[in-house]
Design a protein around this ligand. Structure first.
Ligand code: AMP
Length: 513
């Protein structure tokens, strides 16, 4: 099975239905898109690319991106979508590691990438440029037959630690993840739009296929990115819109003073990083019962657990708050377990590593047998995330084991402390880390964006969590270090903390346990 088959079927069934939108306008029907994709696939083959070859896309979001993906699949090739915001050297690494022979890059990316292009790269083509346009004059080729186990998308992990690894997502994996989205996260009816404001190389791009399968419209904002006011304006043009948004993006939508046409939102799906309970409630107040949460990772794309719209909106449920702090329950198509160090399942209430098994799990890491064997040992994907199930089957993510703070011999999960500090109205963002400490092993330190008085933060902690979990130091900063997907880089924060010229200047705020 080839993912591009869904496009062909949509085009056969309803050739006149809009397939792509740019800004407020529909720009192409399914019939037109399928025709362009088949010609473009012909051009890729005419370049000498053969089934299984990798073609990279390093571009900001655009409608050509969607066609490129389908042309790559139609020709039996594998796509390597790389985050356009990466440094040229990081993109160069991905091109080299994936062995991509051709790369489609937007202008801004091409110049950054040029000095770092590896010798294995034969051709770089500007997305939307003259050469790209000429490719559409090629002869169409029929859909290439391929197996569900063939590589469709090399998904490079965000690399919050070390070099990114390429998770091998096959046609079958992406088809399973797309079906799971449409059956458990969001209904997609023909004509329903999905707005790609988050990078298509990551979460948002993984929702393209569910919308093609169901004849929805893939819409790209004119800015190619995330501008809350532009999104509100686009929502007016596109009723029943869904979108994927990282928690930081949801926060920006909620804080934007412009008027949001809530009634035109079908679903805002958040995930990819922790959503704090207070932020989730603010989002619900502002956007209404239209939020769903997913937990996934490149290795099981967008598909491990889901907290549905109904669950998020059910304020009357006695455990509503607790559930908002969880990542929901496993999708029906995957087995999820929480296990000890020897991979033995733990009962509800016990913390352990989250393991996943099912059709949405990657085939392994590209050209990295050692990491693949470690991640997939025993037939389970080892996520590296720590979590705990409650008695009702809701999974709460604790921090990754490397972020766990051990202070005075006790385990402290930073997120628990962060949730409490965020209840203060003058805390905009916070990240809690452990600082090496002679007395405690590690001391809890809170990096805060905001201007809340330390005494009030301390009182808030005293009222809500064990004394030993309270930060012993607060550092106020203008912004937290984040990667291109908006995830806070705790490793960088710890390095920054270690490099602070003198910690004496924060002694004024230092509090004793
Ligand atoms: P990536 O593979 O780059 O998408 O990163 C996946 C990682 O993001 C997961 O392993 C989790 O650590 C984190 N993550 C994903 N979804 C959530 C969520 N809903 N809540 C908290 N963390 C999440």
């Amino acid at each position: 099975m080839n993912l591009a088959l869904y496009l062909e079927q949509a085009a056969n069934a309803e050739p006149q239905r809009p397939a792509l939108g740019h800004g407020a306008r529909p720009i192409c029907t399914y019939g037109e898109m399928a025709g362009r994709v088949a010609r473009f696939a012909g051009a890729l083959r005419a370049m000498g690319l053969i089934p299984g070859d990798r073609v990279a896309i390093a571009s900001k979001n655009c409608t050509d991106y969607v066609e490129l993906l389908y042309a790559i699949w139609h020709a039996g090739l594998a796509a390597v979508p790389a985050n356009a915001k990466l440094h040229g050297a990081e993109l160069g690494y991905i091109l080299e590691q994936s062995g991509a022979r051709v790369c489609f890059a937007s202008d801004d990316v091409a110049s950054a990438l040029a000095p770092h292009a590896p010798p294995s790269l034969e051709r770089m083509i500007a997305v939307g440029g003259a050469e790209h346009g000429k490719l559409l004059a090629a002869d169409a080729i029929p859909l290439t037959a391929c197996s569900g186990d063939d590589l469709a998308w090399l998904f490079y992990t965000s690399g919050t630690t070390g070099r990114p690894k390429g998770a091998m997502l096959t046609h079958k994996v992406l088809a399973a993840a797309s079906s799971a989205y449409a059956s458990e996260v969001d209904t997609v009816a023909p004509g329903d739009p999905v707005l790609h404001a988050a990078p298509m190389s990551h979460g948002s791009g993984l929702y393209i296929m569910a919308h093609v399968m169901n004849r929805g419209v893939n819409v790209v904002p004119e800015s190619g990115g995330f501008e809350p006011e532009e999104i509100f304006a686009l929502l007016r043009a596109w009723p029943r819109t869904s979108m994927f948004a990282a928690p930081t993006m949801v926060k920006r939508l909620v804080e934007c003073p412009a008027e949001c046409p809530n009634e035109n939102i079908r679903t805002v799906v958040y995930g990819g990083a922790p959503m704090y309970v207070e932020d989730a409630i603010r989002a619900l107040d502002r956007l209404g019962p239209r939020l769903a949460q997913i937990y996934g990772q490149g290795e099981s794309p967008m598909t491990i657990t889901v907290l549905t719209k109904a669950e998020i909106a059910n304020r009357d449920h006695p455990r509503w708050r607790e559930r908002l702090g969880s990542a929901g329950r496993p999708y029906a198509c995957v087995d999820v377990a929480v296990t000890d160090e020897d991979d033995r399942p733990l009962p509800a209430g016990a913390d352990g590593e989250i393991l996943v098994r099912g059709d949405t799990v990657m085939a392994g890491y590209w050209r990295n047998a050692e990491a693949s064997a470690a991640a997939l040992r025993g037939g389970w994907l080892h996520t590296g995330d720590v979590g705990v199930f409650d008695a009702d089957g809701y999974l709460t993510l604790k921090d990754r084991s490397k972020d766990l703070i051990i202070s005075g011999g006790s385990n402290i999960y930073p997120r628990e402390v962060e949730e409490v500090l965020l209840r203060h109205p003058r805390v905009r963002e916070v990240s809690v880390i452990g600082r090496p400490d002679r007395e405690w092993g590690e001391a809890v330190v809170a990096y805060v964006v905001g201007d809340a008085p330390v005494a009030e933060l301390d009182a808030l902690c005293l009222a809500s969590i064990a004394r030993f979990k309270r930060p012993k130091d607060y550092v106020f900063v203008d912004a937290l270090p984040k990667n291109n997907y908006g995830k806070v880089l705790k490793t960088e924060l710890r390095t920054m903390d270690g490099a602070r010229p003198s910690r004496q200047n924060v002694q004024a705020t230092r509090l004793r346990p």
